[in-house]
Design a protein around this ligand. Structure first.
Ligand SMILES: [Zn+2]
Ligand SMILES: [Zn+2]
Length: 250
């Protein structure tokens, strides 16, 4: 069985475990609303054929590492995998999941995350979602990264901890800041409630999207300081970076 068939087989196994019950076909595909499409298969097939940064998973015009990864801090994960570029119907579905409570879209994306990036990441000892600040959690009612992380941890039967890593500062929106601004904005924005919980563990961080990677780097710095032995991350979406090294996606 080739790699793609293996991904698709994992996806169908996932479906057999209850996706049909969770996302009734009567509601159509979370991406295109059609009742007869192959959006999931297409995303996985594009994932398999992608050209992406070998460190952060950002989609590139040619193979290699991106310009951001030329100067990563110590906290950045050893490896990050992203399912698809942040664009088109996937971007819309992720937006509905994150801001409008569309959990059906979220679980559809979680199934793809498992079958794509989840099939490549090392099996961790502990899955940790990137946390939301409590006030944002209260406002939104759920943490989108936790819902994704739960799907992975449940499927792999590994531990999930959504309380050990905490967001202590409500930072200003990151979208208008460059990479150095984002890192400065995030300085001290997270804390670890219990260093012993992660010491000696292989940790997988889960987030919905990676842009510059500053959030994963800030979280990773705390985990590494506490003695995490391996650190990887998976995300649903990542940006694209053009071929020129001077281009800076943000
Ligand atoms: Zn579709
Ligand atoms: Zn990179």
């Amino acid at each position: 069985m080739n790699k793609l068939s293996s991904y698709l087989s994992q996806l169908s196994q996932w479906a057999a475990r209850g996706l049909d019950l969770l996302y009734p076909r009567s509601a159509g595909c979370p991406l295109c609303r059609s009742f007869d499409c192959s959006c999931g298969e297409k995303i996985l097939s594009a994932y398999h054929e992608r050209t992406a940064c070998s460190r952060c998973g950002k989609f590139l015009a040619r193979a290699g590492t991106c310009s951001d990864c030329a100067s990563r801090g110590n906290g950045f994960p050893d490896r990050v995998w992203a399912l698809a570029p942040y664009e088109g119907s996937l971007r819309d579905a992720l937006h509905r999941f994150k801001y409008h409570g569309d959990k059906r879209a979220g679980r559809f994306l979680a199934g793809l995350l498992l079958a794509g990036p989840g099939s490549e990441a090392d099996r961790p000892d502990l899955v940790i979602p990137v946390p939301l600040h409590p006030s944002r959690l209260k406002q939104r009612g759920y943490n989108q990264a936790l819902l994704l992380a739960e799907s992975l941890a449940f499927s792999w039967q590994v531990e999930l901890d959504h309380t050990v890593l905490q967001r202590t500062a409500l930072t200003q929106p990151q979208s208008n800041l460059g990479r150095s601004g984002r890192l400065a904005n995030l300085g001290g924005a997270f804390r670890l409630a219990d260093k012993g919980r992660v010491r000696g563990k292989k940790v997988l961080l889960v987030d919905d999207i990676i842009t510059t990677g500053s959030t994963l780097e800030a979280c990773g710095a705390l985990l590494r300081q506490a003695g995490t032995t391996g650190l990887q991350a998976v995300c649903v979406a990542a940006g694209r970076q053009a071929g020129r090294e001077t281009d800076n996606f943000s």
